[in-house]
Design a protein around this ligand. Structure first.
Ligand code: FHN
Length: 415
């Protein structure tokens, strides 16, 4: 079982992923050719030569970028608890001041300021846990870094590890205060020994820093699912789902396929209910603006999260309820079963839930709700909660069933 031993991660539930790099300048299109895949891979998909791609740095000047405002929104409006920022994605460009490699935002761009430092400072101000993404195996700028879909034989990957990856990790772990998490990615080709070298390096500098599931050879501290994939069943231990709001991580000016806030709320609750964290991405444009369509979705989800934070944060994995409920998701704490009501209803019927109930209340304002505990005429246990008239047409709110027992008692279905 994966155990980060970090309570903040177990309680966090909802975090902000930020993919930002030179690819934002291309925004999904290079010399009139569009990519129909994730925009941060444009260098790979459209075979842009290294020297051509490097020229982008001269145009990187995100004058609208405001780390404070992004982090404030993430914390206050969106209700997120941690932030993971791409310090270096597969393109190889560092979004911080890297003393060991000049291909970075401070030395190679007219902007000249350290983006990662600005996020770090804003996270300290708003009490957000801070972590960084680092592409440890793929580096399309370094001749010895790996590149997916290319012939990597003959590369001296160890040299890249020793001369770029490890020195940069050391910089990131020593110059930016407490790093709560490192998000490694696409560990193609990295050996067990090389993975251990990275782990030893990280833990030697910051022992409490946790490593995601793509560190290499399944040696990280927690399980990372596939992108946008949610485990079907409750899953034990610590884990996380990285996910997009549209269909790309890096900014793509053609992709406005924003998910519906209702769907994001449902996914957040499914993930919390099954015991994991939801790391949801934004991809700022080349000027530093977060697309408005994305902000609108996250604002609406945030209203739900903030109104019902008691029923989301610090909750633990719920056992398997025997029925599929379209209209609800469960979360739980000791002695409390939260029912998140996602479609309009007159009453809540919890069939085959056999607990003794102390109280039922609306999470948003703690107003008590009338309930009945007993058996349906078919003989199964039931808890039935009457909803006040003003809620009958409403969706997306939560109620709490306070139980005499620590855990919900879900009855097995019997013939
Ligand atoms: O290749 C990357 C991709 O660009 C993005 O960073 C995602 C985020 O989980 N990870 C990789 C694909 O799984």
């Amino acid at each position: 079982m994966n155990d980060t031993k970090q309570q903040w991660f177990k309680d966090a539930k909802y975090g902000l992923f930020i993919h930002w790099g030179l690819y934002a300048l291309l925004a999904g299109e290079y010399k009139g050719q569009k990519t129909d895949r994730i925009a941060e891979w444009i260098m790979n998909y459209l075979n842009i030569p290294v020297e051509e791609y490097r020229k982008l740095a001269a145009d990187f000047n995100p004058v609208d970028f405001n780390a404070d405002e992004i982090v404030r929104k993430a914390k206050e409006d969106w209700g997120m608890k941690y932030l993971v920022f791409t310090s270096k994605h597969h393109e190889g460009f560092a979004m911080y001041n890297s003393p060991c490699n000049d291909y970075n935002v401070v030395k190679a761009t007219p902007y000249g300021k350290d983006i990662l430092k600005q996020f770090r400072d804003a996270c300290t101000k708003y009490d957000m846990k801070f972590g960084f993404y680092y592409s440890q195996a793929q580096d399309w700028d370094d001749p010895d870094g790996f590149m997916h879909t290319r012939d990597n034989s003959g590369k001296n990957f160890q040299r890249y590890l020793d001369e770029k990856c490890k020195p940069q990790l050391r910089e990131l772990l020593t110059n930016y205060g407490e790093i709560s998490l490192i998000w490694f990615d696409t560990p193609m080709g990295i050996s067990i020994e090389q993975t251990q070298e990275l782990i030893d390096l990280v833990k030697g500098i910051q022992p409490n820093c946790i490593l995601n599931g793509r560190t290499g050879n399944h040696m990280g501290d927690y399980m990372t699912t596939g992108d946008n994939f949610i485990p079907r069943l409750p899953y034990e231990g610590d884990w996380e789902v990285p996910a997009t709001v549209n269909d790309t991580w890096g900014f793509n000016k053609f992709d406005n396929n924003w998910k519906n806030p209702d769907d994001i709320i449902r996914m957040l609750l499914k993930i919390s209910s099954r015991g994991g964290n939801y790391l949801l991405n934004i991809g700022p444009d080349a000027l530093g603006n977060v697309p408005q369509g994305c902000v609108d979705v996250l604002d609406e989800v945030g209203r739900y999260v903030n109104d019902n934070s008691e029923a989301i944060f610090g909750t633990k994995r719920v056992g398997l309820y025997p029925y599929e409920l379209e209209w609800a998701q469960f979360t739980q704490k000791d002695y409390k079963l939260y029912v998140h009501i996602l479609q309009p209803r007159l009453r809540v019927e919890l069939l085959n839930v056999a607990n003794n109930v102390k109280e039922v209340y609306l999470v948003k304002d703690h107003s008590p709700l009338p309930y009945m505990v007993g058996k349906v005429c078919e003989g199964d246990s039931v808890i039935e909660v009457e909803l006040p008239k003003e809620l009958h047409e409403k969706k997306n709110y939560a109620i709490c069933v306070e139980m005499e027992e620590k855990e919900p008692i879900f009855e097995d279905l019997k013939g």
